[in-house]
Ligand binder design. Structure first.
Ligand code: AMP
Length: 314
């Protein structure tokens, strides 16, 4: 400290090292206001203190940017016609186009928009599965995520295992928000987000169609049977995305190139000490029954007659 002062001597600082005290600093001290000879703070200095206090409160409440974790699963592309394996043990994935789960694209878009708006400072994309899941992370990075984490395993990961692994990553990364899809279109489980929130003891906003951030709170609008419901969640929280939350962007070629240089941390579930053993057994997987071809009727009367006598639905 170049100054050695007491409140009674603010008007006249005692300089311990005059040669090392920058003039600017001295002038700044004087410009901040003064204490009177009695040591009572003048109104000018008080005003400045109040302004600084409110500025700090504003920065903490409004400007504190968040770290956001987004889960991205590699699934069979939604345009591909699903084929069941001949032994009925699952769905054919060999030589099939794979992509990011569509609800996870929405999750990435939400997180990237938050970073662009200054609400988030870092977006981390996490995927779990075979080494090819790295491509899914690269897609997230090309959309704008900052870095990726791959939990590489060839074992089957059921929603509980995914939720436990996510919790381990949350413990390492300390994010303020985790965004996952409402469901993966391969297993249609719709469980991971809810299980993760329960394991962490965090608030959850499922099937989010709108998010509004307000300091430490996020208002999550969800589509429910009766209309729209809005929940105020105190962060940290888990959000699961619904279709209407946003329309995900396409990654541009320059961003795809840039994504190649972004870091991806690879580890295995055992590195995190998580037991991923399946708890559910799939008995068999079958295709839905084929639909019969429809017929074109000539009149409303004929339609009613067929619905009554053939389909027997009215
Ligand atoms: P589910 O509960 O299986 O329907 O999945 C819901 C969401 O959890 C997905 O949309 C993903 O965001 C996330 N998730 C599930 N499995 C994985 C995985 N293997 N890797 C990354 N995220 C996953």
């Amino acid at each position: 400290m170049p100054f050695a002062t007491t409140p009674f001597h603010w008007h006249k600082p005692i300089l311990t090292h005059p040669a090392r005290t920058p003039i600017v600093q001295r002038e700044k001290r004087w410009a901040l206001g003064n204490y009177g000879a009695t040591g009572v703070m003048t109104s000018r200095r008080l005003r400045l203190r109040i302004i600084r206090f409110y500025a700090a409160v504003f920065l903490v409440c409004a400007g504190n940017p968040m770290k956001v974790l987004v889960a991205v699963k590699r699934v069979v592309d939604y345009n591909v016609k699903i084929r069941v394996k001949s032994d009925q043990t699952g769905v054919e994935t060999a030589n099939v186009k794979m992509s990011m789960n569509p609800f996870d694209e929405i999750a990435v878009e939400q997180a990237v928009r938050m970073r662009e708006a200054g609400t988030a400072e870092e977006v981390i994309a996490v995927s779990m599965g075979p080494s090819q899941s790295q491509e899914t992370i690269r897609t997230a990075l090309a959309m704008g995520a900052d870095r990726g984490i791959l939990l590489e395993t060839d074992d089957e990961l059921q929603p509980l295992a995914v939720a436990k692994l996510m919790r381990a990553i949350v413990d390492k990364e300390n994010p303020n928000l985790v965004i996952v899809g409402k469901q993966a279109i391969d297993d249609d489980s719709n469980q991971t987000g809810q299980m993760l929130a329960a394991l962490l003891g965090w608030a959850q906003g499922t099937f989010a169609s709108e998010l509004k951030f307000n300091g430490e709170t996020v208002n999550c609008t969800r589509e429910v049977d009766g209309g729209l419901e809005t929940l105020a969640l105190k962060m940290p929280a888990v959000i699961t995305t619904d279709l209407r939350l946003n329309e995900p962007r396409y990654a541009s070629l320059p961003n795809i190139m840039k994504a190649k240089k972004k870091p991806i941390d690879t580890m295995s579930p055992s590195d995190l000490g998580v037991d991923t053993a399946p708890r559910l057994t799939t008995l068999n997987v079958t295709e839905p029954a084929g639909r019969e071809a429809g017929v074109i009727v000539d009149s409303v009367a004929e339609l009613v007659e067929k619905l009554k006598n053939e389909a027997k639905v009215i």
